[in-house]
Design a protein around this ligand. Structure first.
Ligand code: COM
Length: 503
């Protein structure tokens, strides 16, 4: 029997590696993390934590713009605000502080051993770091993902960035083209626009295709009002510029269009960093992902794949849970991943969109005539002015979902005060999906995803205790209709007829 120093070597100390190693230690195992730069992966460097911070900065800018000179607010000059300055603060303080926190928590508080340095996988039981050999019974590869880059002329020009470069920005662009209208691209558009940057989103297919239509419409209507342009069905051919980005050239409806800009953000998707697994004979999928089973095992016994390296869904909770599932299996359990009811979230400062479960379209296809519990519903004033009351628009005050600023958005924000939508199967009275635009609802969605899974009904929801005003409104709205024997819910929102997207 060979002897090993560790029960598992976690190759990569990102969300999956850190949580997996900690879990294995908790189960009585002996883990080692191999990490070159910092623990916690990209989260605090350029993803979740950074985006949270940057969205807050963008929200402040957007709210100041909305409130400036209205009611009791003084006039605020926003002509010289700087996204680069916000990024600099994060770079100087946030990245370093969070890296320290991750290190302290992992090594000191949790007592997980870390081998610092560029690791080299020698074989499935052996990793070399700085000339030192570490032996593990199992190997868990959690090497993350990278932005997918298309092979088009100009892709390497200075001024072409990805989410990774966002915290590194040193200048404030005037015009930015965002290539890709998925959740990263749409979120970045909403984050950059408040800083006086003229933003255009170019999407080859459909923006946010998996999101509910009402949520999409809310976002795109808001974008139109704020001057953020969106093109769908547009094929980017080239990025042009002499020494730096000057324009993006694309085919649109059979014509060539050129979009002048001084920055480009590429956001067409992610590619898993599966390369370290290849020499071990691990099977790699078409999207470059490590192929794993439900227990995060690869085809090579004793080798696991976790986090983004194992492919979508690219979501921190999934990365961490893959780590946990791998740890359980290494410890001798038979644990399986559960990918059902994974929530999703986009920062669209000053608000955020959150969803879990089925969209209305999916629910109708599966369950037929579903019931909607949704506010606002019915028509809205066409061109709402801030600080004005509109007689007859009975839903203008609903919903006021969120923290302080969402209520303010009712008064100052031209009807930008959010959207709440629950979809219910009237026969079983079970919820099928929850959707929200507001501020602060994501906390509730963590638990809503579990409630969906256990088949939570309108009647059960009506028995909870809301703390009004709250960000989700699902408790009180359910109570309003739960007395109905034959569930009717609220009427569906009148569909928005305007086209907010160039097609
Ligand atoms: C958070 C990263 S900054 S991790 O998931 O906690 O490791």
């Amino acid at each position: 029997m060979p002897s090993y120093d560790y029960d598992a070597i976690w190759f990569g100390g990102g969300a999956a590696g850190r949580f997996g190693a900690a879990f294995l230690k908790g189960l009585g195992g002996k883990p080692l993390i191999v990490e070159e730069r910092h623990l916690g992966g990209e989260c605090h460097v350029c993803r979740c934590a950074f985006e949270n911070f940057f969205s807050d900065q963008a929200s402040m800018a957007e709210l100041m713009r909305l409130y400036s000179g209205k009611s009791w607010y003084p006039k605020i000059d926003l002509s010289h605000i700087s996204a680069a300055k916000a990024a600099e603060l994060y770079r100087e303080v946030g990245q370093r502080a969070f890296a320290d926190t991750m290190k302290h928590q992992t090594e000191k508080q949790l007592g997980v051993e870390v081998a610092w340095g560029k690791g080299k996988i020698i074989d499935k039981n052996t990793v070399e770091v700085n000339g030192k050999i570490y032996k593990g019974k199992n190997l868990v590869i959690g090497t993350g993902s990278r932005p997918t880059m298309p092979n088009i002329p100009g892709i390497n020009l200075p001024g072409v960035m990805t989410y990774k470069d966002h915290p590194e920005m040193r200048n404030d662009p005037k015009k930015m083209v965002i290539i890709g209208g998925g959740k990263i691209g749409i979120g970045k558009a909403a984050m950059f626009a408040p800083f006086n940057i003229e933003v255009t989103v170019l999407e080859k297919y459909t923006c946010l295709p998996k999101w509910d239509r009402d949520i999409r419409n809310f976002i795109f209507r808001d974008f139109k009002r704020r001057g953020i342009k969106i093109y769908e069905g547009i094929d980017v051919k080239e990025i042009k510029g002499k020494g730096k980005v000057e324009s993006v050239v694309a085919q649109f409806n059979g014509e060539t269009m050129e979009f002048p800009c001084d920055a480009v953000m590429m956001s067409i998707g992610l590619t898993p960093n599966s390369e370290p697994a290849i020499p071990l004979g691990v099977k790699i999928g078409k999207g470059n992902e490590i192929i794993i089973d439900e227990g995060c095992r690869t085809n090579v016994s004793g080798v696991y794949g976790v986090g983004d390296a194992a492919g979508p869904p690219y979501f921190m909770a999934i990365a961490r849970k893959r780590g946990m599932i791998a740890a359980k299996n290494i410890a001798g359990e038979d644990a399986k991943m559960d990918y059902s009811f994974v929530p999703d979230h986009i920062y669209i400062p000053p608000l955020e969109a959150t969803c879990v479960g089925l969209t209305e379209a999916e629910a109708r296809e599966k369950y037929g005539d579903v019931v909607l519990i949704q506010v606002p519903w019915g028509p809205k004033p066409k061109d709402p002015k801030p600080e004005e009351y509109y007689p007859g628009f009975e839903n203008q005050g609903l919903p006021v979902c969120g923290r302080m600023h969402t209520l303010n958005l009712l008064f100052y924000g031209q009807n930008r005060n959010g959207l709440v939508k629950a979809i219910v199967d009237p026969k079983s009275r079970k919820f099928l999906g929850f959707h929200s635009i507001g501020d602060g609802a994501k906390t509730g969605f963590q638990y809503l995803s579990y409630l969906l899974k256990i088949g939570w009904t309108v009647d059960q929801m009506a028995n909870l205790h809301e703390i009004f005003l709250n960000a989700e409104h699902f408790v009180q709205l359910s109570r309003l209709v739960a007395g109905q024997k034959e569930l009717k819910g609220f009427a569906a929102q009148v569909y928005l007829e305007e086209d907010y997207i160039c097609r």
